[in-house]
Design a protein around this ligand. Structure first.
Ligand code: AMP
Length: 188
């Protein structure tokens, strides 16, 4: 099974992805994690994306599509993929559909974590204090939220039209969100 966890930054996608990895032997594909790893390794890619990430802007579609493509075979050997933070643009969504179709696969479900943007600012201020991620500072986070609204939210009609979009209340506590996701997967 392949699923997309969809929602703005700090909606709880990473937390839920990690739980599904443990429960279902799936592979989490977080382009944000992959890009952060590239940065800390000091690779040429890491150097290329670091300024963009710190500002809170999106890196180019080509870069993240290539990162995902490289990882797809390993997800098939496991219980499937959890896409976390990808796709973020319509071009990425189309590329993902094409890559999966080329391998005889598809996206089975898109789970949208619906959250209130104002509450996100408070959530992120806490994460910034705890983890110190540079792009969680209030200025960059505002750019990230803007990027979500302008470039990523337009993906909702794309998946709605395919009939595999399920909405979950991302403002609920973690256990309630987890239970809602489990119910959506059980209904597949
Ligand atoms: P995240 O941890 O998913 O919030 O990603 C952190 C940062 O990495 C984002 O603010 C972007 O700069 C970059 N990034 C991660 N995933 C993508 C993506 N699918 N498309 C473009 N940029 C991305």
């Amino acid at each position: 099974m392949n699923l997309i966890l969809f929602g703005p930054p700090a909606a709880g996608k990473g937390t839920q992805a990690k739980r599904l990895v443990e429960l279902r032997n799936m592979v989490q594909l977080s382009t944000g994690d992959m890009l952060r790893a590239a940065r800390s390794s000091g690779s040429e890619l890491g150097l290329r994306v670091s300024g963009i990430m710190d500002r809170g802007e999106l890196v180019s579609d080509d870069i993240v599509i290539a990162l995902i493509e490289e990882k797809l075979p390993a997800t098939e050997a496991a219980g499937g993929a959890i896409f976390d933070g990808f796709p973020r643009t319509v071009a990425q969504a189309e590329a993902l559909d094409a890559m999966l179709a080329g391998r005889g696969r598809k996206i089975d479900i898109v789970i949208r974590l619906k959250v209130d943007p104002d509450a996100l600012m408070a959530r992120i201020a806490r994460r910034f204090a705890e983890e110190g991620r540079a792009d969680d500072n209030p200025e960059s986070f505002k750019v990230r939220l803007d990027a979500y609204m302008r470039q990523t939210a337009p993906l909702l009609p794309y998946y709605e039209a395919r009939g595999n979009l399920v909405e979950v209340d991302g403002m609920a506590d973690i256990a309630t969100v987890s239970a809602a996701i489990d119910a959506a997967l059980a209904a597949l």
